[in-house]
Design a protein around this ligand. Structure first.
Ligand SMILES: [Zn+2]
Length: 143
C-alpha cells in the first residue's frame, strides 16, 4: 500500500539516478525494490517521462540520466531513506522539502530562512550565499 504521490516518485527517481549511471526504467525499479521503496515499474516510467519534460532527466541510448539541471535540484529532494522510515504522515515533510523556495540566482531550493535577512527579517532577493557572492568587494554583508 503506497501513500506516496507522483511528486515523491519523481524525487525517488532523481535520487536513484544520482546513485547509478545512465540506466533504463526497469533497472530503476529494481534499484527501488532493493531500497524497499514502494514504486512500481509503471510509476518509475511515468516519473521518468515527467522528469524528462522538466529537463531534470535526459534520455540516452542506454537509458535515463540526470541532467545538470537535475543535479541542481537534487539537494532539495528528500533522501531515499526518509521514504520508508517516515510513516504515512511523513509525506507532508517530503512535500514541504520539495516546495522550499528556489533561489533565482543559483536555482537551488533552500529553507525559507536562507531568504531572510537575519537582522531585520526583510525578505532577500536571493539566497544568502548568492548575496554574499554578489556583495563581495562592496559593502560587507554579514550573516
Ligand atoms: Zn542562491
Amino acid at each position: 500500500m503506497s501513500t506516496l504521490k507522483p511528486i515523491d516518485h519523481q524525487n525517488i527517481v532523481l535520487r536513484l539516478l544520482a546513485r547509478s549511471a545512465a540506466c533504463d526504467a526497469q533497472h530503476l525499479a529494481t534499484l527501488a525494490q532493493a531500497y524497499k521503496l514502494p514504486v512500481s515499474l509503471h510509476q518509475v516510467r511515468v516519473a521518468c517521462d515527467e522528469l524528462c519534460e522538466q529537463q531534470f532527466v535526459a534520455r540516452t541510448i542506454t537509458g535515463y540520466r540526470l541532467t545538470a539541471h537535475g543535479e541542481c535540484e537534487l539537494p532539495a529532494v528528500p533522501l531515499l531513506e526518509s521514504y520508508y522510515v517516515a510513516p504515512a504522515g511523513g509525506c507532508c515533510m517530503t512535500r514541504h522539502a520539495y516546495q522550499q523556495p528556489k533561489c533565482p540566482e543559483c536555482q537551488y531550493r533552500k529553507p525559507p530562512s536562507e531568504f531572510r535577512d537575519p537582522g531585520t527579517f526583510e525578505p532577500l532577493p536571493a539566497c544568502k550565499h548568492c548575496l554574499r557572492k554578489s556583495q563581495r568587494g562592496g559593502q560587507r554583508w554579514t550573516a
